[in-house]
Design a protein around this ligand. Structure first.
Ligand SMILES: Nc1nc2c(ncn2[C@@H]2O[C@H](COP(=O)(O)OP(=O)(O)O)[C@@H](O)[C@H]2O)c(=O)[nH]1
Ligand SMILES: [Mg+2]
Length: 292
């Protein structure tokens, strides 16, 4: 089963929801994933979180003194996932002593800098130590960051890929926090991995065709069904919103009409008053003339 391949080929889409879409979710149906981002100092853990959560990049980013949490809501098939990405300090010893940190963790992202050999070598340490503190089924992902610094590269893609697959038994990607979509795509893939890892046997049967390359046609059909359901729901919402908009528009139009009517009546009154005034003045003048 190749989750990554199917997502990369755009056969599976994972979408980040915007504020509007989030407000329409049934909160009871959200599943929550806590993911830790770990690795050596200066490899780009905070930058990765910042790019993921706010789509920002900052060359002058400050060192992380306390663990920080970034939240994002994603949609995978008919599932809504609330992802808590925890940006950690770069202190492995301190981390190991903090039991709360590993509670309910669903995945670990280990980051190194492709220009710094030591940060890559230390990944073994990070992975081995953390594996002793979390459930053995929890998926890990290795990320080689700063891939934009091509001329300073010290770790080959192939070398890291091979090590991730054969030694660490985890997924592998390279990222650059300077690029716009790259980090988000990478984290989406890991979310799909966590999702699949956490399915029970029955659920696996249900989602297997969606993830598997073999069941392409059946998978596509199922995906289409889900997509159509989503579309129908959206269409319903759209119609409802259109109705609401129309009612609002009519209300404004009627108010406008009423105001115009009032103004017209006011004007007529004024005109009449003005006419009376002139008439009276005329009369007065005539009276004056007569007296003279
Ligand atoms: N060129 C480049 N610089 C990066 C990238 N990611 C982070 N940096 C820079 O690397 C430095 C350390 O980043 P930071 O996120 O604080 O690393 P952390 O200590 O692991 O959290 C900062 O100056 C970042 O701007 C990247 O993808 N490319
Ligand atoms: Mg940091």
């Amino acid at each position: 089963m190749s989750i990554f391949k199917r997502i990369q080929d755009q056969k599976i889409t994972i979408k980040y929801l915007d504020e509007d879409e989030i407000s329409q979710i049934d909160t009871e149906k959200i599943i929550e994933y806590k993911v830790l981002v770990v690795g050596d100092h200066l490899v780009g853990k905070s930058s990765l979180c910042l790019r993921f959560a706010k789509n920002e990049f900052n060359l002058e980013i400050k060192p992380t003194k306390e663990n920080e949490c970034y939240v994002k809501i994603l949609k995978l098939f008919d599932i809504t996932i609330k992802l808590y990405l925890i940006d950690t300090t770069s202190d492995l010893n301190k981390m190991i002593k903090n039991n709360n940190l590993f509670e309910d963790v669903k995945g670990i992202i280990v980051v190194y800098d492709i220009t710094k050999i030591k940060s890559f070598d230390n990944c073994k340490l990070w992975i081995n130590e953390i594996r002793q503190n979390v459930n053995e089924l929890i998926p890990f992902m290795l990320i080689g960051n700063k891939k934009d610094l091509k001329f300073l590269r010290n770790i080959d893609y192939e070398e890291a890929y091979e090590k991730a697959n054969n030694k660490f038994n985890c997924d592998f990607k390279e990222t650059s926090c300077i690029e716009l979509e790259n980090v988000k795509d990478c984290i989406k893939l890991f979310v799909a991995r966590i999702f699949y890892t956490n399915l029970n046997e029955n659920e696996k049967q249900h989602y297997k065709v969606l993830f598997s390359d073999k069941g392409n046609d059946e998978g596509k059909e199922k995906e289409k069904k889900i997509e159509n359901n989503e579309k129908d729901k959206k269409e319903e919402n759209k119609i409802e919103n259109n109705e609401k908009e129309k009612i609002e528009e009519n209300k404004i139009k009627n108010e406008e009409k009423d105001r115009n009517k009032d103004n017209k009546i006011d004007k007529n009154e004024k005109d009449k008053n003005e006419d009376n005034k002139i008439e009276n003045e005329e009369k007065d003048k005539k009276e004056d003339n007569k007296q003279e």
